[in-house]
Design a protein around this ligand. Structure first.
Ligand code: HXC
Length: 260
C-alpha cells in the first residue's frame, strides 16, 4: 500500500541525519513520491555513500551538505545552500539524533550536554534555520520531528535523550502555536523499535534485549522503516493539512504494553 504517485511533486524537503537509519527510509519515500530532497549530516563519507545508494537503488537524486545540527550558523548556511539546490524548503524533517545507554549516576556532564545539544538544541537550530524558507512554502511549511514514546514515560539509562525528546515535543507544540500564522504545521512522530536502524541494532539487539522488547510489542514484530516514512508523508502532504502540534505514535501498540 502506498500514497498516490507524485503526491509530493513540487515539494522540497530537508531531512537531517538522512544518510542512515530512519532518516534514509524517509528520504527514499519522499523522493519516490516526487519531492526534491536534501540531506544534512556530519560525515561526508556517509552522505556520499547514501546519495550513491539513493540513485542506484531508487533512481532518486538527493542533494547533500555536511553540517552539525549543534552549529546554528553552519546549519543555516547548509540549509540556505540546499534550499537553492532543491527549490526551497516545504518540509523539514528533524531526524538527526545522538544517544547512548548510560545510567544517570554515571553520566558525565559532557555526555548529558552532548545529547541535549544534538537532539534538543539541534532541533531548535534547524527549525530556526528553515523558518524563512518554510514561511515561503506555497501550501504551508511542515516540520516533523522524530521523537520517541520514551519521552512520555521517562527513559531509564537514557535520561539525556528522554529529556531532550520531551523538550522537542514541547517545542513542536509551541511552534504550532507561534508559527501557525505562517501556515506552518509542527508535529512529531514517536517510532517504536524499527528494524534496520542504529538505535535498534545498538540499543536493543547488541544488548541482547530483542526478545524482551518484542514481548512488549502487541503486534509482535519490530516496525519497518516504511511505517515511519508513511507517517511522514501523511504529515507532509495535503492529507495532514489540519494536523499541527500533534504527536503520531507508530509503535505497534508498545506504549500501552510496558508492564508485560
Ligand atoms: C557513557 C558516553 C558514551 C557511552 C559517549 N559518551 N558515549 N558515556 N557511555 N556509551 C560520553 C563521552 O565519554 C563524552 O563525555 C560525551 O559523551 C561526548 O562523547 P563524544 O564521543 O565526544 O561525542 P560525539 O563525537 O559528539 O558523539 C555523539 C554521540 C555519539 C551521541 C556520543 O554516540 C553519536 O554521534 N551518535 C550519533 C548516532 C546515534 O547515536 N544514533 C542513535 C540514535 S537512536 P566525557 O565526559 O567523557 O567527555 C535514538 C533512538 C533510539 O536516538 C530508540 C531505540 C528504541
Amino acid at each position: 500500500m502506498s500514497f498516490a504517485q507524485g503526491i509530493l511533486k513540487g515539494k522540497s524537503a530537508i531531512v537531517t541525519g538522512g544518510a542512515t537509519g530512519i532518516g534514509a527510509f524517509i528520504v527514499r519515500k519522499l523522493g519516490a513520491l516526487g519531492a526534491n530532497v536534501g540531506i544534512v549530516s556530519r560525515k561526508e563519507e556517509n552522505l556520499v555513500a547514501a546519495v550513491k545508494g539513493f540513485k542506484e537503488s531508487d533512481g532518486i537524486d538527493v542533494a547533500w551538505r555536511t553540517g552539525d545540527v549543534r552549529d546554528p550558523e553552519g546549519i543555516k548556511k547548509a540549509f540556505d545552500q540546499l534550499a537553492g539546490d532543491i527549490g526551497g524548503i516545504d518540509i523539514l524533517v528533524c531526524n538527526a539524533a545522538g544517544n547512548f545507554i548510560c545510567p544517570t549516576e554515571d553520566l558525565s556532564w559532557n555526555g548529558w550536554r552532548t545529547v541535549i545539544e544534538i537532539d534538543l538544541n539541534g532541533t531548535f537550530n534547524c527549525c530556526q534555520a528553515a523558518l524563512m524558507h518554510l514561511k515561503a512554502a506555497t501550501d504551508g511549511g511542515r516540520i516533523i520531528s522524530i521523537s520517541t514514546t520514551q519521552a512520555d514515560f521517562g527513559w531509564p539509562g537514557a535520561a539525556h535523550a528522554g529529556a531532550a525528546k520531551s523538550g522537542i515535543q514541547n517545542l513542536m507544540k509551541t511552534l504550532a502555536a507561534e508559527w501557525g500564522g505562517y501556515g506552518i504545521r509542527a508535529n512529531w512522530i514517536s517510532p517504536g523499535p524499527i528494524e534496520g536502524t542504529e538505535g535498534v541494532d545498538r540499543l536493543i539487539i547488541q544488548q541482547g534485549l530483542s526478545d524482551e522488547v518484542l514481548k512488549r510489542v502487541p503486534l509482535g514484530t519490530f516496525g519497518q522503516g516504511e511505517d515511519i516514512s508513511n507517517a511522514v508523508v501523511y504529515l507532509s502532504s495535503d492529507t495532514g493539512r489540519y494536523v499541527s502540534g500533534a504527536g503520531l505514535v507508530v509503535d505497534g501498540g508498545s506504549q500501552w504494553a510496558r508492564g508485560r
